[in-house]
Design a protein around this ligand. Structure first.
Ligand SMILES: [Zn+2]
Length: 122
C-alpha cells in the first residue's frame, strides 16, 4: 500500500471516529432527557430501564469500535496499517474499504468469529 492510499484510509478513520463521537454525544443528551422525566408508574420505569440498557449496549459497541479505530490510527503512524494481526499478511483492500479499522485478514477474522460464536453456544 502506498502513502496516498494510507492517507486516504487515515482520513476515513478520522471521519468515522468523529461520527461515533458525535453520535454518542447526541445519545447522552437524549438519555439525560429520559432521566429527568417523571416516571408515573412501573411500566414507565421498566420501559426506561430497557431504553437505558439498549443505549448502553450501543455505547459499548461504539466504544469497541472507537478502540478499533484508535488502534488502526496507531498502526497508520507505526507503519503497520493494513496488515493482519495474526499472520502479518496484507488485509485485502476490499475489506479495508468496508472496514478501515479491520485488524485481521478475512481468514483470521472468520476464525475469530467462529471462536466467539462457539464460546457463546457453550
Ligand atoms: Zn491473517
Amino acid at each position: 500500500m502506498n502513502k496516498t492510499q494510507i492517507e486516504a484510509y487515515k482520513k476515513k478513520l478520522l471521519e468515522l471516529k468523529q461520527q461515533i463521537l458525535n453520535d454518542s454525544y447526541t445519545r447522552d443528551t437524549e438519555d439525560l432527557k429520559i432521566s429527568t422525566d417523571d416516571l408515573a408508574d412501573e411500566a414507565d420505569i421498566a420501559a426506561s430501564v430497557i431504553n437505558q440498557q439498549v443505549s448502553f449496549g450501543l455505547r459499548d459497541r461504539n466504544f469497541a469500535k472507537l478502540r478499533q479505530i484508535e488502534d488502526a490510527l496507531y498502526r497508520v503512524n507505526s507503519g503497520t496499517y493494513g496488515l493482519c494481526d495474526e499472520c502479518e499478511e496484507p488485509i485485502s483492500e476490499k475489506r479495508l474499504e468496508r472496514q478501515p479499522f479491520a485488524t485481521l485478514c478475512i481468514t483470521h477474522a472468520e476464525e475469530l468469529e467462529r471462536e466467539q460464536r462457539g464460546r457463546i453456544a457453550v
